[in-house]
Design a binder for this molecule. Structure first.
Ligand code: IDP
Ligand code: MG
Length: 184
């Protein structure tokens, strides 16, 4: 009986919220050159807006490799030089649209909406699962970066670093949306 009760309590446990992490967060999104050139920015952005995320900063920028290395500062260490090189080739092949989104647990929630890194493995219903199908194997065979539509910050710490890299404080805006009445 005791065991049963403990099990059911465990099943209904709410996820533990890290008390050190703010509930309202900002995260960085990049519409990579493949989504800009495929003209699907509006459809993809709609998913974040539908979930109630607020755009607090937005710009279009054609970055160079140096800036790309700053943004992807740990990719060589995590995935190797070859992956970084292909990634720099693809992120600099056209302009990107950078956006800062704000909302409840924005870093984690936006990553859920974006889906996992490889489109072929990304779950249907996620952006990468619904708008792309590229695989590591195909990208490797063509010596190109994987076409996965968007970037989103991987952690709160990364988000803070990336937002400061892409935006000055006066390019980020504070205003109210209807979501503050109906969603938050
Ligand atoms: P994420 O974008 O899902 O956060 P990261 O591990 O941070 O993934 O890697 C950054 C980017 O590097 C990915 O979005 C993807 O474009 C590229 N990348 C990562 N791993 C690989 C790989 O194994 N092969 C090819 N490209 C990769
Ligand atoms: Mg990442």
């Amino acid at each position: 009986m005791l065991l049963k009760r403990k099990l059911s309590e465990k099943m209904t446990d709410k996820p533990k919220v890290d008390p050190n992490e703010p509930i309202m967060q900002r995260t960085l999104i990049l519409f990579k050159p493949d989504s800009v050139q495929r003209a699907i920015v509006g459809k993809v952005l709609q998913r974040f807006e539908d979930a109630g995320f607020k755009i607090v900063g937005m710009k279009m920028r054609w970055i160079d490799r140096n800036f790309g290395k700053k943004h992807y500062f740990d990719v060589a260490q995590r995935h190797g030089e070859i992956v970084l090189n292909r990634l720099l080739n693809s992120i600099t092949e056209g302009p990107v649209i950078a956006m800062v989104l704000e909302g409840i647990s924005a870093v984690e929630q936006v990553r859920k909406i974006v889906g996992s890194t490889e489109p072929k493995s990304a779950t249907p219903g996620t952006i990468r699962g619904d708008f792309a199908q590229h695989s590591y194997a195909v990208a490797d065979s063509k010596d190109v970066g994987i076409k996965n539509i968007v970037h989103s910050s991987g952690s709160l710490k990364d988000a803070e670093y990336e937002i400061a890299l892409w935006f000055t404080p006066d390019e980020l805006h504070t205003y109210k949306t209807v979501h503050e009445i109906h969603v938050f």
